[in-house]
Design a protein around this ligand. Structure first.
Ligand SMILES: Nc1ncnc2c1ncn2[C@@H]1O[C@H](COP(=O)(O)OP(=O)(O)OP(=O)(O)O)[C@@H](O)[C@H]1O
Ligand SMILES: Cc1cn([C@H]2C[C@H](O)[C@@H](COP(=O)(O)O)O2)c(=O)[nH]c1=O
Length: 213
């Protein structure tokens, strides 16, 4: 049975970039690694509806914190069988965002903290009702909000398909989300957490992750 590891962080933090480097390092070291990214755009109606809502579609859908979180949760709920199968065939299944994204962004929108009702609601909905596998390790790519924003803006300027959505445009939301994430990491929400610096060495981190197999 493989080890489930999730990478979390703000929009533009560099998660995708780091995941790609980790896969390259782990694969070179002979580790069987699979990657999945949430939301599953193009593969899940729930993910697509959420993305469209964050770009202004579907009336007042994006205005409801719980409705948005249910969409993200149902997207993941549809991936339970695939995750289970991937874990059977790989040493590590690395996730670019997972359940903690829902907890952190939703709590931040509601101005709640990591110990608040919303975080507990997400835990119960996703791990207990939807039966999502619990990650062995959750990593927080802890990039200052200004750096994450600069990276998201640079990406938007170079790629017309990556226009900032409502969450990305809201700098205060990103700041509060960062604070909730750090609280979740500090209290080891659901499983172990590891804080990752922006200048992390991917080779060293990959070697560390291989210890979790
Ligand atoms: N270490 C880095 N140094 C410089 N630029 C970086 C670094 N990591 C990522 N970037 C750049 O920052 C932008 C955002 O990176 P990336 O897409 O990996 O972030 P992300 O956390 O996956 O974002 P999102 O959650 O919004 O999809 C990209 O243009 C990427 O090339
Ligand atoms: C998976 C997930 C994501 N979010 C938030 C985080 C982002 O601001 C957007 C879209 O995600 P992307 O990585 O920029 O494509 O949605 C969330 O609130 N809950 C989730 O479960």
């Amino acid at each position: 049975m493989g080890t489930l590891i999730a990478l979390e962080g703000l929009d533009g933090a560099g998660k995708r970039t780091l995941v790609d480097k980790l896969v390259s390092e782990l694969t070179s070291a002979g580790v069987r690694v699979a990657v999945r990214t949430f939301p599953r755009y193009g593969a899940s109606i729930h993910a697509d509806l959420a993305a469209e809502a964050l770009k202004g579609a579907h009336g007042d859908l994006a205005g409801s914190v719980n409705a948005m979180a249910v969409l993200f949760a149902l997207d993941r709920g549809g991936a339970v069988a695939e995750l289970t199968e991937l874990l059977e065939r790989h040493d590590i299944v690395l996730l670019d965002r997972y359940v903690a994204s829902n907890a952190a962004y939703g709590a931040a929108r509601l101005r709640q903290g990591p110990d608040g009702e919303f975080v507990e609601w997400v835990r119960e909905l996703e791990f207990e009702r939807l039966g999502l596998p619990r990650p062995a390790l959750q990593m927080l790519l802890d990039v200052p909000v200004e750096l994450a924003r600069a990276r998201a803006l640079a990406r938007e300027a170079s790629d017309s398909t990556r226009e900032l959505d409502a969450y990305e445009r809201d700098s205060d939301l990103q700041t509060r989300t960062g604070a909730v994430y750090r609280g979740l990491a500090q209290q080891e929400w659901v499983s172990s957490w590891k804080r990752i610096d922006p200048d992390v060495d991917p080779a060293a981190l990959a070697a560390d992750l291989a210890q979790w197999i």
